[in-house]
Design a protein around this ligand. Sequence first.
Ligand code: ADP
Ligand code: MG
Length: 156
Amino acid sequence: AMRHLPYFCRGEVVKGFGRGSKELGIPTANFSEQVVESFPSDISTGIYYGWACVGNGDVHKMVLSIGWNPFYKNIKKSVETHIIHTFKEDFYGEILSIVITGYIRPEKNFDSLEALISAIQEDIEEAKRQLDLPEHLKLKEDNFFHLPERKMLNNH
Ligand code: ADP
Ligand code: MG
């Protein structure tokens, strides 16, 4: 799972398939199918962590899931980023830049919604701890988050 890390990726935030992540208090910004297709095909599904930035905004901690996309009968992957920050507004259509720096665990099925939510809360706590370590923290300052090309991608 670590072979492709750190992994840098940038793309538009699109509408997901309404799993109700936001209702659970853990909204996940979905990348388009095109961006997902550009990922290494052998990257493991599961929960990862790293850094994320919306448009030209600040860089925040994030947890990310690479999973099987139910919309495509689980033959295609989906990549969803939960940014550990409270945003005033949704940011559909904006450019999300991420660097994935570490892996937490494989995908799991949960017996209850409560079990799912508490697992995600643990993932978030784990991500926060790991990202404070120097080897992960250094990627927060990576030039990737400060490149002028982002402006072009953003149609400015
Ligand atoms: P969808 O099924 O469309 O992905 P979600 O319930 O997963 O819907 O909500 C995701 C949307 O919520 C994102 O596309 C973004 O616009 C918004 N959002 C607001 N705060 C966050 C956050 N902290 N992390 C990720 N997305 C967020
Ligand atoms: Mg989502």
